[in-house]
Write a protein that binds this ligand. Structure first.
Ligand SMILES: C[S@@+](CC[C@H](N)C(=O)[O-])C[C@H]1O[C@@H](n2cnc3c(N)ncnc32)[C@H](O)[C@@H]1O
Length: 394
């Protein structure tokens, strides 16, 4: 699976370790495709007919809990999740020193003018410090100090095994697809400054620099080793970006410093109070006319009860305690509550799966309708995103 990992930071698994990673990826593929399809067929044939009118995802979960196929699916999926991390961790432990050496060399290379600013005194919020999100051992923030990259390496290498190609060759399909869509959806929008919240190792940060080469692109996260990895990765890829250790609920930037505040796969890992604080902070950080844009899981209100239950599986079994609470929120209400206007949402086709033409066609269709239409949800691999605009200064 190392083919999805940044070459300059790639590990050297033995043939046995490579085989183990390939096995874990195919096990996940098996659980999430044929096994999940069998479970859905069983639900439709045997459980759905007895559910009352108006049943919710929670009702579906309650009805499925005792089902043998659901229990087998859940056990296999939890086991596969733990095997993801186990398939990369020993290699990272073995190569810690080499990763640190590579970090130092890449950080010292000034060919690309990116920066890294860490804040060792920053308190790690409870949603990160108190759990291992998606059962990732040590979570994002584990840090041995100085030039430690281990948490970032665990995230990138684990994601490569976990996603079995769905996230693109360089694990940045979300950022690439949405940046391309935005350029066509809003052709006159030319941000000078872009902020990526909860950027982790920067997979979805760098596509913004490529889409808007004149913009200053900044990624923030609370996790130091992920940010070191992000910086090394950006330097290795020759893309200028600025990574800052900061909490997105109170970011260390002046009012009106950005034109675009973006996040990807971030909000569902926050408690509700922090999601609202992040939206208020995005409003403060944006210039008049600026755009807040989030890629996220689709809200429960947009899905059938079964699909809601299926997505919320992670909340109950994958150490994602905020997942369901996030998905119960209504994006349009939250965006308006923070003072934004012009709410919109879209399902952006994946660049890797459908190509640039499909994204341009989707953006053209969305622009022609000039609405908050949510199209194509559930049709293949699409990235659900939504946002709103900062109004003119009062
Ligand atoms: C799933 S990862 C995001 C991945 C990345 N945005 C992407 O799409 O590739 C969630 C990230 O949010 C960070 N995080 C959690 N709470 C945060 C907060 N309050 N402020 C900034 N970052 C936070 C975590 O450290 C973690 O790196």
């Amino acid at each position: 699976m190392s083919r999805f990992v940044t070459p300059a930071l790639a590990l050297s698994p033995t043939p046995d370790e490579q085989a183990a990673q390939a096995f874990v990826s195919s096990l996940r593929n098996h659980v999430l495709n044929p096994l999940a399809a069998a479970m859905k067929a069983r639900f439709e044939a045997e459980i759905a007919p007895s559910l009352p009118e108006g049943a919710t995802g929670r009702d579906v979960h309650a009805a499925m809990r005792g089902d043998r196929l659901f229990r087998f699916y859940s056990a296999a999926r939890v086991k596969a999740q733990d095997m993801v991390w186990a398939s990369v961790r020993p290699i990272i432990d073995r190569e810690r020193r080499s990763l640190a050496d590579r970090f130092r060399a890449l950080a010292a290379d000034r060919t690309t003018a990116g920066t890294l600013t860490l804040d060792p005194g920053l308190p790690i919020p409870k949603n990160v410090a108190a759990l291992d999100v998606h059962r990732m051992p040590g979570n994002y923030h584990l840090d041995a100090g100085a030039d430690d990259l281990a948490a970032g390496a665990l995230y990138e290498n684990g994601l490569a095994v976990f996603s079995f190609g769905l996230m693109g060759e360089t694990l940045d399909d979300i950022g690439q697809s949405i940046a391309l869509w935005l350029r066509h959806r809003l052709p006159d929008f030319a941000p000078d400054a872009v902020l990526d919240l909860g950027c982790s190792v920067g997979h979805q940060t760098l596509p913004w620099k490529r889409a808007y080469p004149d913009a200053r692109v900044t990624g923030i996260d609370v996790a130091p080793a992920c940010l070191r990895y992000a910086h090394a990765r950006a330097q290795a890829m020759g893309v200028e970006a600025h990574f800052v250790q900061a909490d997105a609920t109170r970011a260390p930037f002046p009012d009106a410093s950005f034109d675009l505040v973006f996040s990807s796969m971030f909000l569902h890992e926050l408690p509700k109070a922090d999601i609202r604080a992040v939206f208020r902070e995005a409003h403060r950080l944006l210039r008049p006319g600026g755009l807040m844009l989030h890629y996220e899981l689709p809200p429960n209100a947009k899905l059938s009860p079964y699909d809601g239950f299926y997505l919320d599986w992670d909340s109950d079994y994958n150490s994602e305690p905020y997942y369901r609470g996030y998905r119960d929120l209504v994006p349009a209400d939250e965006v308006a509550r923070a003072g934004f206007h012009g709410f919109f949402e879209a399902s952006v086709p994946s660049l890797g799966w459908y190509g640039a033409d499909a994204i341009v066609a989707a953006a053209d269709a969305d622009r022609a309708e000039a609405s908050d239409r949510l199209g194509r949800l559930g049709d293949g691999v699409t990235w659900y995103c939504y946002g709103g605009f900062r109004g003119p200064a009062a």
